[in-house]
Design a protein around this ligand. Sequence first.
Ligand SMILES: NC(=O)c1ccc[n+]([C@@H]2O[C@H](COP(=O)([O-])OP(=O)(O)OC[C@H]3O[C@@H](n4cnc5c(N)ncnc54)[C@H](OP(=O)(O)O)[C@@H]3O)[C@@H](O)[C@H]2O)c1
Length: 254
Amino acid sequence: MEQRRLGPVVGLGTWNTFGDDSATAASVVDAAVAAGCRVFDSSPMYGGAERSLGTALAPRRDEVSVATKIWAGSVEEGREQYARQLEWFGRVEIEQIHNLQSWEQHLPWLEREREAGSIDRLGVTHYAAGRFDELAQALRTGRFDVVQLPLNPSERDCERELLPLAAELGIAVIVMRPLGEGALVHRSPPAETLAELGVETWPQALLKWALSDERVDLVIPATRNPEHARANAAAGEPPWFDAEQRRLVERLAA
Ligand SMILES: NC(=O)c1ccc[n+]([C@@H]2O[C@H](COP(=O)([O-])OP(=O)(O)OC[C@H]3O[C@@H](n4cnc5c(N)ncnc54)[C@H](OP(=O)(O)O)[C@@H]3O)[C@@H](O)[C@H]2O)c1
């Protein structure tokens, strides 16, 4: 799989998929790792997902990166979340402030943890275009290494300001909702059209669409199906789409 700044370009999200179901987490994570995925995204917001992800990653912890989040209204609560993450993951490669929640309060203590070496990169996320001005303001502080935002053919607001800004500031980009929370995969174009795009499945076309923007480092599709995890990982191989192929995917997704 192609590698960019955060490692292999297809990772795995964990919202609303396996929760605290450790058996599902283990089978999906096994399939994703075997297919070359190395970055796993979670959050205290995702029910028991951090705990089940920690158990699933434990046998190969040195080979993978954890991208999780602090989702807390106070520093005290944020520190409690971080203490549990250290128990589950040992360290956190990418620690993100979830949905900009109290980001100005959390930044100083998270920066100290990054300096101490138990966090490699600090990130910030939001899913709503209505909060992108504030997300841009957070990036302009120069204190974040990573931003996580939505990008798929139906959600392109980040192309206006955030992607150019991230590129200008050297901030790595994680794409959430690359399949539109599953809404874009309900129907698929015919096999001939997929063959024309050089992919086997429609979700692969959508993932390649996002990864064909060179400002994107990582897509994190979520699934509770090991077969889907394997198929999604295959989208991380070049060649990438040219402008015409991207437009075709946009028309097919409309
Ligand atoms: N504010 C934030 O920080 C924020 C917000 C939203 C999301 N996120 C992160 O981004 C991740 C991804 O976003 P998302 O989970 O909202 O949506 P997504 O990855 O765009 O879509 C997930 C859905 O797509 C389906 N799917 C995945 N692969 C498939 C395949 N090959 N074929 C058919 N269906 C497939 C899954 O169902 P199956 O189980 O049937 O495969 C699931 O219902 C999240 O899990 C989370 O880690 C962060």
